[in-house]
Ligand binder design. Structure first.
Ligand code: S3P
Length: 173
């Protein structure tokens, strides 16, 4: 089995929730790339966006991603935009197994409406505006997300989904 698993998907697709359980089942370490970025910079994600802007955030995000080369036996939850900048998606496909958590706009909007303060790209939207934003961004990002090796659609049961992934990973070797 390859030793780096990258979980990919839109904000609110459940990368951290599923990632922690998947890591437990594989006896891997769970890493949240946004946390790595916050430690690197010494600021929260909203602070980085507001003080330095998105482009700077994307540069640090790539730096944090590249650091993952020194990690073994890890499940990494990447930020929703991470695969869509620079050559990050190609890099992840070369360095590990990529898994796309594909979710419907409805599911994403319902999850995200209560968590907007933590995510600078969606702060201040009402539910309808949030759906419009998600639809537009998903259209833009989907071609990149679809380059992932495994796809999971709108999962409900975290344990069952993690079990399915463990089996799929074993078969793929
Ligand atoms: C972003 C997603 C966030 C975080 C940043 C930008 C995006 O991560 O990296 O706010 O561009 O979709 P999550 O997907 O973990 O929320």
């Amino acid at each position: 089995m390859r030793h780096r698993i990258f979980l990919i998907g839109f904000m609110g697709s459940g990368k951290s929730t599923l990632g922690k359980i998947l890591a437990e089942k594989l006896a891997f370490t769970f890493i949240d790339l946004d946390n790595v970025i916050e430690k690197l910079v010494g600021k929260t994600i909203p602070e980085i966006f507001s003080t330095s802007g998105e482009l700077h955030f994307r540069e640090i995000e790539q730096q944090a991603l590249y650091q993952m080369i020194s990690e073994q036996s890890v499940v990494i939850a990447t930020g929703g935009g991470a695969p869509c900048f620079f050559d990050n998606m190609t890099w992840m496909n070369a360095q590990g197994t990529t898994i796309y958590l594909n979710c419907s706009v409805e599911t994403l909007a319902n999850r995200l409406k209560s968590e907007q303060g933590l995510r600078p790209l969606i702060t201040g939207f009402d539910l309808e505006e949030l759906k419009v934003f998600i639809r537009r961004k998903l259209d833009e990002r989907s071609p990149v997300y679809h380059q992932c090796r495994l796809h999971v659609f709108d999962f409900n049961n975290v344990q069952e989904t993690a079990d399915l992934i463990v089996r799929a990973l074993a078969i793929g070797q």
